[in-house]
Design a protein around this ligand. Structure first.
Ligand code: HEC
Length: 142
């Protein structure tokens, strides 16, 4: 499913130049650029770094993950995702709110980790994951 949607979009994205958002007549497709995908892959790396840092008790790794997430949330707030089922969905505003919330959560998590507050660290990490997956379920069911 994912491949079917993304492949034509990526091809279009390259054909029209990297900075052009892929506008499509077909309203069932989301507007995703190669940059959007890169942002997402960076976010995933950030989350991975945090989790690794927690397991290796490596504060530098945790902080690197937090910094990666904060840097890349700056790009999420420009996402304008079309929701198939609800045309009233305020995608741009939603993305801006999420970007801010994710950035704040990343800071909270780093603070909790540095204070060795295990429950708050893990709880905040889960809330971060929840933000990611909630947006994904809006656009692709998971
Ligand atoms: C505001 C919406 C939104 C939020 C918040 C969001 N994502 Fe995404 N994500 C997307 C979109 C749009 C795509 C591309 C469409 C798809 O994969 O179906 C995507 C795709 C991805 C992918 C797949 C990339 C690929 O190569 O196919 C990963 C990994 C990912 N996101 C990670 C994350 C992580 C980690 C977070 C949280 C820190 C996050 N996302 C938060 C909208 C969001």
């Amino acid at each position: 499913m994912k491949k079917i949607i993304l492949l034509p979009l990526l091809v279009l994205g390259f054909a029209h130049g990297a900075e052009t958002a892929v506008a499509t007549e077909n309203k069932t497709l989301e507007v995703i650029t190669p940059e959007n995908i890169q942002t997402m892959q960076n976010l995933e790396k950030g989350m991975n770094n945090i989790q690794k840092g927690l397991m290796y008790n490596n504060a530098t790794m945790v902080q690197q993950g937090v910094d990666t997430i904060k840097k890349n949330t700056k790009d999420i707030d420009s996402f304008d995702i079309k929701n198939k089922s609800n045309s009233n969905f305020k995608a741009k505003r939603y993305a801006e709110t999420e970007a801010k919330a994710i950035s704040e959560l990343a800071d909270n998590m780093s603070e909790a980790f540095n204070k060795h507050n295990k429950n708050r660290t893990l709880d905040t990490f889960r809330r971060l994951q929840d933000r990611c997956i909630t947006c994904h379920t809006l656009i692709r069911k998971w």
